[in-house]
Ligand binder design. Structure first.
Ligand SMILES: Cc1ncc(COP(=O)(O)O)c(C=O)c1O
Length: 488
C-alpha cells in the first residue's frame, strides 16, 4: 500500500488519510509519496478518451488505497467535487495564436473562478469523508494570496466536520476576492483580514507554519492545512495536466510544453508529478512575475529570499515557494538528510547555493521567465485586440507572455499549453487599466457570482499581523468552547 513520508525524514511513513488530515508532517517537512507511481504507455493511450472525472478517478486511484476510500466512494467524491463547475468538461482549451499552437487551458470554471477549485473541492470532500467516518472534527487554517481562501471557504461552507479559517493580507488581494470569502453566510467559515503584511501571503504562511510547529496546540485545536502544503492538493493538480494534454495533442505520445504562472510551485509540482508518472512533457515554463525566486533558482542555482514586490498578478507575489522543497526532495534522490541541511540553511541564512550538479538536475525539463508588469499588461491588451475580445486575467497573462517569449526556442511540432489560473472578473480594475484609460469593462470581465457578492453583507474578522497568532488561536478556542489564554 502506498505510504507517505516527510521530505525531512523525521516521521514514520503514514497512510494517505494521515497525510491528508495532518497537512504538515510533524517534523516540519512536507508529505510526499515514498515513490511516484508510473503509468504504462498502454495506459497513456487508453486514458486519452476519458472525461475529466474518469481520468481523475484513474489517477487518484494510484495514490489513494481502496482500503481508505473504496472505488465507489472515490467515484462519488470526484463527481461531487466537479458538479458545480460551469463547464461540462471541467476545464476548457482555447487557442490564442493564429496557428493554434499556443493554447490556453482555462482552469477557472469552478465556483470561485480560479484553478484552486480544481483540487480544493476534492480535498475538502475527502477530508469531510474521512472525518465523518471517524466521527472527528478538524479546524483547517490557510494563508491566501487571494484564490485559495475563496476556494476553501466555498468548499467548506456548511460542512459540520470542519471549521475553515482563511487568513488574507488585507488590501493586497482584490475586493472581489475578499468578498468571495466574506459573503458565504456559513458559520463554519471565518475570513480573517490581516493588516500590515509587508511580505503579503508569506507573512501569513510563516504564522501558519508556526501554529503547526506547536504540536500540542495542533492536537488540541485539531488543526490541518489546505494550502498546497497538503499533499492532496498537489496530487489532484496533476489531473489537469493529463486532461489538457489529451485535449491538445493529436496522438498520445506527442510531446507538449506547459507554461505555468507560478508562486508557491504547487501547480508546477502537479505538472512535475504528471511528467514523472509518464506524461510526455518536453519542458515546463515556470512563469514568474517580478517576484522571481523560482526563475532565479532555475536559472542560477541560488535559492534565495528576496523582498516582496507588489504586482498586478498578486496571487503569485510570493517570496518563498515552499513546494519547491517537494521538488528538491525528488531531485536529491529522496535524500531527507540533504533536505534537512538545505531547509535549515535556508531558514538561517535565507539562501542556499546548489552545486552545479544539483543545479543541472533542477533545470532538467524546466525553463523560466520573469515577466515584467509592462509585458503582462501588454499581453492582456494584445490578446484582447487580436483574439476577438478574449480576456486573460493577469496571472494567465504572465503564462502567455512567458510562452510567447520562449516560443522560438521550442521545437515547432510541440504545442504550448498556458495554464489560465483565474477568471478575469476577479481583477476588473486591472483589466480596465490594461485595456486603456477610460475603457469600459468588457462583458468577459464580469461574472454574476461576483456581482452578487458585491451587493451582500460581509462577515469579516480583522487583526494586525503582530497579533495574528494570538488572535487566531483565541478565536479558534472560543469557537471550540475551549478556555482562552490570559493576556499579559
Ligand atoms: C490565480 C493564480 N495563479 C497562479 C497561482 C500560483 O500557483 P502556485 O502557488 O501553486 O504556484 C495562484 C496561487 O496562489 C493563483 O491564485
Amino acid at each position: 500500500m502506498i505510504k507517505y513520508v516527510s521530505t525531512k525524514g523525521g516521521v514514520s511513513p503514514v497512510s494517505f488519510d494521515e497525510a491528508v488530515l495532518g497537512g504538515f508532517a510533524e517534523d516540519g517537512g512536507l508529505f510526499v509519496p515514498q515513490s511516484i507511481p508510473e503509468i504504462s504507455s498502454k495506459q497513456l493511450h487508453d486514458w486519452s478518451g476519458l472525461s475529466f472525472t474518469e481520468l481523475a478517478f484513474e489517477l487518484m486511484s494510484l495514490y489513494i488505497p481502496r482500503s481508505i476510500v473504496p472505488a465507489v466512494d472515490l467515484k462519488t467524491l470526484i463527481e461531487k467535487s466537479y458538479r458545480s463547475f460551469d463547464s461540462p468538461d471541467v476545464v476548457e482549451l482555447v487557442p490564442v495564436d493564429e496557428q493554434g499552437r499556443v493554447l490556453v487551458l482555462e482552469l477557472f470554471h469552478g465556483p470561485t473562478l480560479s484553478f484552486k477549485d480544481v483540487a480544493m473541492g476534492f480535498l475538502i470532500n475527502v477530508l469531510d469523508y474521512i472525518l465523518n467516518k471517524r466521527g472527528e472534527h478538524l479546524s483547517i487554517v490557510l494563508a491566501t494570496t487571494g484564490d485559495t481562501g475563496p476556494a476553501a471557504a466555498w468548499a467548506a461552507a456548511g460542512k459540520k466536520s470542519l471549521d475553515c479559517w482563511a487568513l488574507f493580507p488585507r488590501g493586497m488581494i482584490t475586493e472581489e476576492q475578499e468578498r468571495q470569502m466574506t459573503t458565504l453566510n456559513a458559520d463554519n467559515v471565518h475570513a480573517v483580514g490581516v493588516e500590515n503584511c509587508p511580505n503579503g501571503g508569506d507573512d501569513l504562511d510563516a504564522v501558519v507554519a508556526g501554529l503547526f510547529e506547536d504540536l500540542e496546540l495542533k492536537r488540541k485545536l485539531k488543526l490541518s492545512s489546505v494550502n498546497s502544503i497538503n499533499w492532496c492538493r498537489v496530487m489532484v493538480q496533476s489531473v489537469h495536466y493529463f486532461y489538457g494534454y489529451y485535449r491538445a495533442v493529436e496522438t498520445p505520445g506527442e510531446s507538449v510544453v506547459f507554461s505555468v504562472p507560478s508562486g508557491a510551485f504547487g501547480n508546477l509540482f502537479g505538472g512535475y508529478l504528471a511528467r514523472t508518472m509518464g506524461l510526455p512533457v518536453g519542458k515546463f515554463i515556470c512563469a514568474n512575475n517580478s517576484n522571481n525566486a523560482l526563475h532565479t533558482v532555475l536559472s542560477t542555482g541560488v535559492f534565495t529570499r528576496k523582498e516582496l514586490i507588489q504586482t498586478m498578478s498578486s496571487a503569485i507575489d510570493i517570496v518563498v515557494p515552499y513546494n519547491f522543497w517537494r521538488y528538491l526532495y525528488f531531485v536529491s534522490g529522496c535524500n531527507s538528510e540533504q533536505m534537512t541541511l538545505w531547509m535549515d540553511e535556508f531558514q538561517t541564512a535565507g539562501e542556499v547555493t546548489f552545486t552545479s550538479e544539483v543545479q543541472s538536475a533542477i533545470k532538467d525539463g524546466f525553463n523560466s521567465v520573469s515577466v515584467s508588469e509592462a509585458e503582462t499588461g501588454a499581453t492582456i491588451k494584445r490578446v484582447f485586440n487580436e483574439r476577438d475580445g478574449y480576456l486573460l486575467d493577469p496571472h494567465s497573462a504572465v503564462a502567455v507572455s512567458a510562452a510567447v517569449s520562449l516560443k522560438d526556442t521550442i521545437p515547432d511540432q510541440e504545442r504550448i499549453i498556458c495554464l489560465a489560473t483565474a477568471h478575469p472578473a476577479k481583477f476588473p480594475n486591472i483589466i480596465r487599466s490594461c485595456l486603456g484609460a477610460g475603457s469600459e469593462l468588457p462583458a468577459g470581465g464580469m461574472h454574476p457570482a461576483l456581482t452578487r457578492a458585491s451587493k451582500v453583507c460581509q462577515h469579516l474578522r480583522l487583526c494586525k499581523l503582530e497579533h495574528l497568532e494570538f488572535a487566531v488561536v483565541d478565536a479558534m478556542k472560543s469557537r471550540l468552547g475551549i478556555k482562552s489564554d490570559k493576556v499579559h
